[in-house]
Design a protein around this ligand. Structure first.
Ligand SMILES: [Zn+2]
Length: 245
């Protein structure tokens, strides 16, 4: 996972979403709203196709799923499920890009603590504050907070909901990215006179799974060879870290 910057929609598309939401709200009051049919009908329109394009644009060339970053983001996902939160079904800020596997696993589940979501929304927060990566298995696991001696509850619920610690293909992809980033760092450690800008560009190019967030904002800074870079080349480390914040 990685932090995703939400782009603004075209005004025309935004107005269309608002109009559809008003219509849905009116049906809800009358008791005639079927969220599945309502969304299915809207989904076939050219304007909602533009919503999909806007979400894909947020993910760059690879257009990956915002939850797992491993598969192609194939459809629009309602962060708060439309059946339980019909008043948000056409809200731009509730829409994400998702792969079929994450969509199937999440389905209509939405863990909460009171009104607070216990699922990470990568467009609103840094996922690696709640998640950790295990380089041995390639799994994504909840992050442990040594101050409170507890695991992040949001991290735990996100891992459970999307089964982030039980997906073999996903783990293999994350491990490969970890290996590629490690090799880039080792190469730099062997050639410390190389350009820092080039190192940053290569790390960004090879980070297919958002692991730079784990390295510079999460616990990856304790793992070799990243901790070696931090201890032996603190200025290079700072330059890389500020490039990813
Ligand atoms: Zn996914």
């Amino acid at each position: 996972m990685r932090r995703v910057k939400r782009l603004n929609l075209e005004i025309r598309v935004q107005s269309y979403l608002s109009k559809r939401q008003k219509q849905a709200n009116q049906k809800l009051i009358k008791g005639s709203l079927d969220t599945t049919t309502e969304w299915k009908n809207a989904r076939q329109t050219k304007t909602i196709e533009k919503v999909l394009k806007a979400l894909q644009a947020m993910m760059g060339d690879r257009q990956r799923c915002m939850y797992c970053l491993d598969s192609h983001g194939s459809d629009i996902e309602h962060f708060r499920p439309k059946a339980a939160f019909p008043k948000r079904m056409f809200r731009w800020r509730n829409l994400l890009l998702c792969c079929s596997e994450c969509g199937r696993l999440k389905s209509d589940s939405f863990p909460v603590d009171g009104k607070k979501p216990l699922l990470i929304d990568p467009t609103k927060e840094e996922p690696w504050l709640h998640l950790d990566f295990d380089p041995q298995t390639g799994n994504i696991v909840p992050r442990f907070n040594p101050n409170t001696m507890t695991f992040s509850e949001k991290g735990e619920q996100t891992v459970i909901t999307l089964q982030l610690d039980q997906r073999e293909a996903l783990a293999a992809g994350y491990k490969k990215t970890f290996k590629n980033l490690s090799e880039e760092i080792r190469h730099f450690l062997d050639n410390p006179d190389n350009s820092i800008d080039e190192l940053i560009a290569k790390l960004q190019e090879k980070d297919e799974h958002g692991l730079l967030g784990w390295i510079f904002l999460g616990t990856g800074s304790f793992v070799n060879p990243f901790n070696e870079l931090q201890s032996t080349n603190p200025s290079v480390w700072s330059a890389c870290a500020s490039a990813f914040k």
